[in-house]
Design a binder for this molecule. Structure first.
Ligand SMILES: Nc1nc2c(ncn2[C@@H]2O[C@H](COP(=O)(O)OP(=O)(O)OP(=O)(O)O)[C@@H](O)[C@H]2O)c(=O)[nH]1
Ligand SMILES: [Mg+2]
Length: 332
């Protein structure tokens, strides 16, 4: 199960109450007020982390509450502040107000944080109200409620390069040979049921992130197969790689993929793209590759014939992905 949408209620802590207290001492018959202020309620902060890739950890969470502030103490002691909570979310999480649908924040970079609910202020103890004309104040204020909100978290993974392809084309194989993430590969359609994210690290320690999503089939936009639900995870990729099984009908497959992408969002067709004709090790002649290139290759659409399984001709493909990903600085 891969969770990319959750709703929950966030409740910051209540402030502690101010209290009434009087100084008592053997030699202090008129000691005066000493009721302390209440502590502040804990707040709730969301923080983006590049170490997590899904919202799975919130799957069973309906409500998150921060700690309440403690009441003030005697001898002017301020109550303890309530414990704040920080919730980690993957980069690419959109935070929305559930009631209004309004986008509150888009967590993009690692470390990006937002205090979404502030804790309530602590109340004032009677010591606060003493004055030359009022030496025995009986006044205190209660702690305030913390802020609360119902939110929706929606994850749209941020990968530089997104793989799209029919089931069984070899997307997961390609991700496994290019990156440290060894994902499930199978000789049957729909092996991949949730998006996989990983990266290639280059000599200069720069990285490009790659997303492998479940296969798309004809009429996916009408909900067939796993539908187009997962396309949201490549929606923000700067570069798309069409992974196509060259031993099938590559031209038809390419057109079908573009039609389905267009049904989801026509703007995806304008994204910088690369075609990867996979399983070229099974070809006895290069005719199919040449035909495809003749029909579709342009200066802006490069076609690479590779074998992910045998790791043949992957280098030019990676160079191209890197070049396009690093050239595009647009964040979709
Ligand atoms: N001959 C050959 N077989 C390959 C190549 N790449 C992948 N395969 C095989 O194709 C099958 C499907 O590979 P996957 O990587 O699971 O394909 P996928 O596109 O991720 O499939 P879904 O997750 O179902 O969408 C597996 O049996 C792979 O071993 C290749 O370059 N050559
Ligand atoms: Mg797969």
């Amino acid at each position: 199960m891969f969770t990319d949408r959750v709703t929950m209620k966030l409740v910051a802590g209540r402030g502690g109450n101010g209290i009434i207290s009087w100084i008592r001492g053997r030699f202090l018959p008129k000691g005066g007020p000493c009721g302390g202020n209440g502590g502040k309620g804990g707040s709730i902060t969301l923080e983006a982390s590049h170490d997590i890739f899904s919202l799975d950890h919130f799957r069973n969470t309906n409500i998150v509450k921060a700690g309440n502030g403690a009441d003030g103490g005697t001898n002017n002691r301020t109550g303890k502040n309530g414990a704040s909570k920080t919730l980690l979310v993957p980069c690419g999480t959109l935070l929305k107000n559930l009631e209004t649908g309004e986008l509150i924040h888009d967590f993009i970079e690692h470390g990006d944080e937002l205090e979404i609910c502030q804790g309530g202020k602590g109340g004032l103890g009677n010591n606060h109200f003493k004055s030359p004309t009022n030496r025995t104040p009986l006044e205190v204020t209660p702690g305030r409620e913390g802020q609360q909100i119902e939110v929706e978290l929606e994850l749209k993974l941020i990968a530089d390069v997104g793989f799209v392809g029919l089931p069984n084309a070899g997307k997961s194989t390609l991700l496994s040979v290019l990156t440290p993430n060894k994902v499930k590969i199978g000789d049957y359609p729909f092996t991949t049921l949730k998006p996989n994210l990983s990266y290639i690290e280059f000599d200069d320690y720069s990285r490009i992130f790659l997303a492998d999503i479940p296969g798309i089939i004809k009429n996916a936009h009408q909900g067939r197969g796993l539908g187009l639900e997962f396309l949201r995870h490549i929606e923000r990729s700067q570069v798309l790689v069409y992974v196509i099984d060259v031993t099938n009908t590559p031209e038809d497959d390419f057109c079908l993929l573009r039609e389905e992408l267009s049904a989801y969002d026509p703007a995806l067709l304008d994204r910088p793209s690369i075609v990867c004709l996979n399983k070229s090790d099974e070809l006895t002649s290069n005719e199919k590759v040449d035909d495809f290139k003749r029909q579709f290759e342009t200066d802006t659409l490069h076609v690479h014939a590779v074998s992910a399984l045998l790791e043949i001709s992957l280098e030019p493909l990676v160079d191209d992905m890197r070049r396009l990903a690093q050239a595009a600085c647009i964040r979709y």
